[in-house]
Design a binder for this molecule. Structure first.
Ligand SMILES: [Zn+2]
Length: 337
């Protein structure tokens, strides 16, 4: 793994070279999310996964989160492998990670509001090399190696969730950039001066395609007299992907309009990004994509706002690894390191 590619391991300097040659044993991949911690045991050569273990992410502080990561790994290994045989542990986290494994913050995890050298913390606890990467980048790597993008040298993975995240693999290498910001497709401008974005900007892709943006807009338009289907369905709780799916199935006019906005915004941003980078395959995943499926992708490909050279040059495919992409990708990144 090259420097600055979003992952770093604990005992890097002295052991890196000799360890690299010895990466034959299995690797544990752990996806630390806002709601759950999921681990899988992965063959470092084939990417095949075996077994899984998971637990809820504690809301009671970071030490409890670290304890949970350790406990989930122990549960996964029980009867399958010894910790001594592991080549490494890869951990994906929902926040920015620098090239040395420093996690800046994870807004979705209670108490993670300051930088933590997670590769060191967990390396000390586990006694094995630990590689830490951003979860969206892990997802992109999983789709590239063992998912919908298998066989393609380059791909862009776009995950449409609360916001919109992206990961870029170019010529078989994950690219993260000098500041780890490659793939931030959610903050590409699709509507100058448009809806306000959580980042302080305006008119960004995730204001139109992300669940939080759709939620805000649905409530705003309902106050102005549009169909109250979505707010009526959820009350003061956040609008989830399944509610958007329900609105589409009920042919609620406001939901259809908001999904249409999402389709066109995604088409514009994805087309432009794919043309800039010569990307043949764009893998789309995340809650809304999972719910709306192939029809949603077909609508994006057919959008008159599809950017760049158009959908003939760039194929859109549904993500194949759903729940375990983060864990598998974290393990695969650790295997390369
Ligand atoms: Zn933004």
């Amino acid at each position: 793994m090259a420097k600055g590619n979003g992952g770093a391991k604990k005992k890097a300097k002295s052991s890196k070279k000799s360890k690299k040659d010895a990466k034959a044993g299995p690797i544990v991949g752990v996806d630390v999310g806002g709601t759950k911690v999921l681990a899988r045991l992965v063959d470092s050569e084939t990417g095949e996964a075996d077994g899984w273990a998971k637990a809820s992410t504690p809301k009671t502080g970071l030490d409890d989160v670290f304890d949970t990561i350790e406990a989930v790994i122990d549960e996964l290994l029980d009867g399958r492998a010894s910790k001594d045989d592991l080549s490494a542990v890869g951990i994906g986290v929902p926040g920015p990670v620098d090239g040395d494994g420093l996690v800046q913050k994870c807004p979705n995890i209670n108490g993670w509001d300051k930088p933590i050298q997670l590769s060191d913390v967990m390396g000390d606890r586990l006694g094995v090399d630990v590689v830490v990467s951003n979860d969206v980048n892990c997802g992109a790597v999983a789709e590239h190696r063992v998912g919908a993008g298998k066989g393609s040298d380059s791909l862009l993975a776009v995950f449409v969730g609360t916001g919109v995240g992206g990961g870029l693999v170019l010529d078989n290498k994950l690219v993260v950039g000098a500041r780890g910001m490659v793939g931030e497709i959610g903050h590409m401008t699709v509507e100058p001066g448009g809806r306000p974005c959580g980042c302080g900007g305006a008119g960004h892709l995730e204001c139109y395609a992300g669940r939080a943006g759709i939620d805000r807009e649905a409530r705003r338009r309902t106050e102005e007299g549009a169909s109250p289907f979505l707010p009526d369905l959820v009350g003061s709780s956040p609008i989830k992907s399944r509610h958007i799916q329900a609105g589409v199935e009920a042919e609620d006019p406001l939901t259809l309009e908001l999904v249409d906005d999402a389709v066109h915004a995604l088409a514009q941003a994805i087309g432009n990004a794919a043309s800039l980078l010569d990307i043949p395959v764009v893998v789309l995943g995340g809650g809304i994509v999972d719910r709306l499926g192939q029809t949603f992708l077909d609508d994006i490909a057919a959008s008159p706002r599809f950017g760049g050279f158009g959908p003939d040059v760039t194929r859109l495919v549904l993500a194949e690894r759903l729940d375990d992409a983060g864990a598998i990708g974290a393990a695969l990144l650790a295997a390369q390191d």
